[in-house]
Design a protein around this ligand. Structure first.
Ligand SMILES: Nc1ncnc2c1ncn2[C@@H]1O[C@H](COP(=O)(O)OP(=O)(O)OP(=O)(O)O)[C@@H](O)[C@H]1O
Length: 449
């Protein structure tokens, strides 16, 4: 978390003292907000969250301690530092017994208070980091295969994991490029650092640059605060650049410079900041063709592809389909606490025989849906009614060729999700597991507006 996002509420009835505290917080880079009384503070806490409360002890109506006690009784666990006038130390100690983080005596060296706040800020970041690590651990994938070529590719990537060379993953959408990138990170000596993922397709050129490199305050219209870029966040870790084929040529130049010099410059600054990261890029475009047509810089292409792995679509590793079916049934029946005792043979046949144009992502979505719609432990074909598949089951295969069949299934699925989300694009894209841009393209393709 950036300091400018660390929200501190100053609860103080003396406007001058409050102003002075807010000025100090601003100078230190924190986001200070004001409340004039305990009641006012509780009201603000009801509306939004804060990371720290600086509460004056002696306030009319409600003392700092009373505010603390009220907060805890309402289940608000935000840390509190009590500010007290000289002579009320006993009460301050009492406040600490009641759960305040610490206290500050008015008139003593303000550095002491600044240090306490800094401690809490660091603690907050540490907690977030732990939550992040936990979440990373909780996402198991199926990375075993019966396909010899796929196994060979995994072996190569697993070997490459121990070095810091750049890796390029190519393959259609939904084949698990990000999953593989996370796997490489986990196996690498960088696994203690962060895995930072950025999707280049989702962002405009300027936003992407400021996301990657960060910016100084005032670097462009709208840059109200200084911002640390994602490359810096990946220090000592792995950077995953998804849809790299979408990057504008001008940004490609900057990316190349970063990879060559191992440094970045924030937008609006000339200062070089060293970055130590391994880059894993992914694309569903054919980058060889992109280079040939001049849409992707050849020098950058050679920088990012020390190792290239082409991830095949699921339809080209059909021997793994059974394993994935079992894996996702287990995963979702556990997650949704729904024990499955019976699967309609027709539904199972479909799952085994389907072509999965949307690859692993599509299978995951289909099985999740089947489990959501299952009743009394029974999976029926009804859960598949969003695909054209049911027609072919009930009436026999229609006069459709495979490509039309796939498109129709995809169109129907997107349409039903859009209906379900009442047109909310962000939610629909999330449910479909694609970006908003991809959803938009699909809608245009299928005339779904
Ligand atoms: N080996 C796997 N085990 C379990 N789940 C997987 C596996 N591979 C992919 N998935 C799931 O499929 C979905 C798509 O995976 P991922 O995002 O890695 O694909 P991608 O190739 O990067 O797709 P895109 O090109 O659209 O970004 C995710 O929800 C992911 O959890």
């Amino acid at each position: 978390m950036k300091k400018s996002d660390f929200r501190i509420l100053v609860v103080e009835d003396d406007p001058e003292y409050q102003e002075a505290l807010l000025l100090i917080l601003e100078e230190e880079g924190y986001l200070g907000k004001r409340a004039s009384s305990g009641a006012n503070a509780l009201e603000l806490l009801g509306k939004g969250s804060f990371d720290l409360i600086l509460a004056d002890m002696m306030m009319p109506g409600m003392t700092g301690i009373e505010l603390l006690v009220r907060m805890r009784s309402q289940g608000i666990s935000t840390e509190v530092i009590i500010i007290t006038g000289f002579g009320t130390i006993d009460t301050a100690v009492e406040a600490m017994k009641k759960g305040a983080f610490s206290y500050f005596i008015k008139g003593s060296n303000i550095e002491g208070l600044v240090l306490e706040i800094q401690k809490l800020y660091e603690l907050k970041n540490l907690r977030e980091e732990n939550a992040y690590l936990l979440q990373q651990q909780e996402s198991p994938y199926l990375l075993t295969t019966h396909n010899p070529e796929y196994q060979e590719m995994l072996d190569l990537l697993e070997k490459a994991a121990s070095s810091s060379i750049n890796i390029l993953l190519m393959g259609p959408s939904g084949v698990g490029k990000e999953v593989i990138a996370r796997h490489i990170h986990k196996l690498s000596p960088r696994s203690k650092g962060r895995f930072v993922a950025v999707n280049c397709q989702a962002l405009s050129e300027q936003l992407l640059e400021s996301e990657l490199f960060g910016h100084e305050k005032g670097a462009f219209t709208g840059a109200l605060e200084r911002r640390v870029g994602r490359f810096e966040e990946a220090q000592c870790g792995t950077f995953f650049l998804d849809e790299i084929g979408e990057i504008a040529l001008s940004t490609q130049v900057k990316l190349l410079r970063t990879l060559e010099n191992r440094t970045i410059e924030r937008l609006g600054s000339n200062r070089s900041i060293p970055v130590d990261m391994r880059l894993i890029s992914a694309t569903n475009k054919n980058l060889y063709t992109e280079v040939m047509h001049g849409r992707f810089r050849e020098d950058l292409f050679y920088r990012i592809n020390n190792i290239v792995a082409e991830i095949p679509p699921l339809s080209q590793r059909r021997e793994d389909i059974d394993g994935f079916i079992k894996f996702f049934f287990n995963k979702f029946s556990q997650e949704q606490k729904k024990k499955i005792i019976e699967i309609d043979p027709a539904a199972l046949r479909f799952l085994k025989e389907y072509d999965y144009p949307g690859n692993i992502r599509e299978m995951k979505n289909i099985i999740e849906r089947l489990i959501v719609l299952s009743e009394n432990g029974v999976i029926t074909s009804l859960g598949l009614s969003h695909t054209r598949y049911t027609d072919s089951l009930v009436h026999g295969p229609g006069p459709v060729n495979l490509r039309d069949f796939r498109s129709q299934a995809e169109r129907e699925h997107i349409r039903s999700i859009l209906l379900k989300c009442k047109g909310n694009q962000a939610m629909a894209a999330q449910m479909l597991g694609i970006t908003r841009r991809q959803l938009y393209n699909k809608k245009v393709e299928y005339g779904l507006d």
